[in-house]
Design a protein around this ligand. Sequence first.
Ligand SMILES: O=C(CO)[C@@H](O)[C@H](O)COP(=O)(O)O
Ligand SMILES: [Fe+2]
Length: 221
Amino acid sequence: MVHQPMIAPSILSADFARLADEAAAVTGADWLHVDVMDAHFVPNLTIGLPVVKALRGATDIPLDCHLMIEDPDRWATGYAEAGAHNVTVHVEAAKDPVRLAKDLRAAGARAGLSLKPGTPLEPHLDVLKHYDTLLVMSVEPGFGGQRFMAEVLDKVRTARRLVDTGHLRLVVEIDGGINADTIGQAAEAGVDCFVAGSAIYDAADPGAALERLRERAARAR
Ligand SMILES: O=C(CO)[C@@H](O)[C@H](O)COP(=O)(O)O
Ligand SMILES: [Fe+2]
């Protein structure tokens, strides 16, 4: 388990007209989570490569790009080349996830693999050996502000066990519905990195909200 809980604010809940300021409001963040949606893999359309490139120049926080797109085999390495620290693709969308992980690493990024809430972990364990991050979705991808699905924590517990016993080398990340009421159970289950959008950016002081989440997670471990 990484030393202290990592927090990744999701800019999906930030003010898109003031992204540089919104990044500056969370300087304590470990990663800045960027939700890329293409209106095909998910029923929502957000931002893409030009905005990621602009953000890269506007903040020093490592960018954690979560690609909810139909054809990650074609587009994902562009995000790594644009300077993203971690690029996560969905196992449900990737045609050749092992190749993709190698390409992402060759382009200088960490490679992340995400599972939708209904996607089991076990069939993908061999593929996960090639990845640096496992992103467990705790809402159906597409929108911020949804209710946390505690049933995905079984996948987190399994992944934690496999990491702690040396079978996988991964940061275990969770995404969706993380707030002061839910972060404790996710931390107990073994999450390393917590994505939080509305719980941070809907708060009057996003930086303070981030640190409160981190404290809660640390206490629950
Ligand atoms: O990937 C997604 C949604 O598809 C997330 O990253 C959300 O943006 C998280 O928002 P909250 O559930 O924390 O409000
Ligand atoms: Fe996300």
